[in-house]
Design a binder for this molecule. Structure first.
Ligand SMILES: [Mn+2]
Length: 384
């Protein structure tokens, strides 16, 4: 007993009490912050589930469990909407929500591997793993935001007609004051998405674009493929190329025709080398400065292939040496804190994915961006 008293217990207790180390740990700070987050929506969901899904069998001790799964439990059950948000059948009511998730199942703009038409489905399915709470962000999305899943855009086997459908869908959501979040889909959708938003913004729209590729050609194989969105988007009068910031570009898949347009249009390009040289904070600062210069709003386009190909096997043009996940997520946190007017995550191709890794990272990108915006007070006004 003497040894224990003198060394074991007292050593740990004294160290913990004297050093004040715990107060310096984010891990402890965030645990304290959790106490301040309400659980009102969670309580409501539990009550609803027992009402609509019936009380559980008598042998089940936990009486918050229902007979039919209704609230987001267990993770392996239930109909997958994105982050288990309610499916909004009547999209005319989208204005009642802060955020609307929208699938864009489209892959006819791809120039190598296809499969991104199954991107929204895969992202929704793996998003069932997530609770609405992030320890590190100290945010519970469902307690702070009214979110819904409006389902998929009805895309057509024709690029230009699909652009018209996507344009109309995004335009509808954005015009109702709701943040549109697009689950792609190949990167060709960037053009109609941006066009839809630019139409409703009274001023300039900047673009922050994470990618290994420039996507700046006018045409590819005679069509407006996924290699072309920013050529056309920056032709929109209030979305000038001077406010296009492209981050993570590099490797051996960037066509020289696109590079010529960097010089011609004067876009801002930052490579992984710039990130190594300047650090992610400085790169985010430059991105924000250029994208927001004289702009009313900034759109965020995340190509999942901007991450190192080792982390994203399920994509059409994988390229080694891109963002590491932590680095990319840090960049997204920093830019999202200034607020965005809409976002897309594109190029998730489930047929090439391994263990849903690529779809999971896409889910993480979206959840983190929303949490950063909530934390920074940039989103979440529609809650009563
Ligand atoms: Mn790309």
């Amino acid at each position: 007993m003497g040894f224990f008293d003198n060394h074991g217990l007292s050593f740990r207790q004294k160290k913990a009490l004297q050093s004040g180390l715990d107060s310096d740990l984010l891990g402890i700070e965030k645990a304290m912050k959790e106490a301040k987050i309400p659980e009102v929506e969670k309580e409501k969901a539990l009550k609803r589930s027992v009402t609509y899904g019936l009380e559980a069998a008598p042998s089940i001790g936990d009486r918050t469990i229902s007979t039919f799964t209704r609230e987001p439990r267990p993770a392996y059950a239930g109909i997958p909407t994105f982050l288990r948000t309610p499916f909004l059948e009547d999209v005319r009511r989208v204005g009642e929500y802060d955020v609307a998730f929208m699938g864009v199942p489209f892959d006819i703009g791809t120039t190598y591997r296809a499969g991104t038409r199954f991107g929204p489905e895969a992202i929704r399915r793996i998003s069932k793993l997530y609770t609405s709470y992030s320890y590190e962000k100290g945010v519970d999305l469902k307690e702070s935001l009214k979110m819904c899943d409006v389902g998929d855009v009805f895309t057509i086997a024709n690029i230009e007609k699909s652009f018209d459908q996507i344009f109309k869908a995004v335009s509808h959501v954005f015009s109702q004051g709701t943040l549109p979040v697009m689950l792609g889909g190949d990167h060709a959708i960037g053009y109609p998405c941006l066009r839809a938003i630019a139409e409703h913004v009274d001023g300039k729209v900047g673009i922050i674009h994470m990618d290994r590729h420039l996507d700046l050609q006018e045409k590819d194989m005679d069509e407006r493929m996924h290699t072309t969105p920013w050529f056309h988007a920056t032709n929109i009068p209030n979305a000038p190329a001077s406010n296009l910031v492209q981050v993570g570009i590099g490797g051996w898949q960037v066509p020289r025709d696109a590079v010529k347009n960097v010089r011609k249009f004067n876009t801002t390009v930052m490579t992984i080398g710039d990130i190594e040289r300047l650090g992610i904070e400085k790169v985010a600062e430059i991105a924000l400065e250029r994208a927001w210069k004289g702009a009313k709003a900034v759109y965020l386009s995340v190509d999942i292939d901007s991450f190192d190909s080792g982390f994203v096997p399920g994509t059409g043009w994988p390229e080694p040496g891109g963002f590491l996940p932590r680095e990319g997520l840090k960049f997204l946190d920093l830019v999202a804190r200034e607020g965005i007017c809409g976002m897309e995550v594109v190029e998730v191709s489930p047929p090439y994915d391994v263990s849903d890794q690529t779809a999971l990272l896409a889910t993480r990108v979206i959840a983190d961006v929303l949490a950063a915006m909530v934390d920074a007070g940039k989103l979440g006004k529609k809650f009563a």
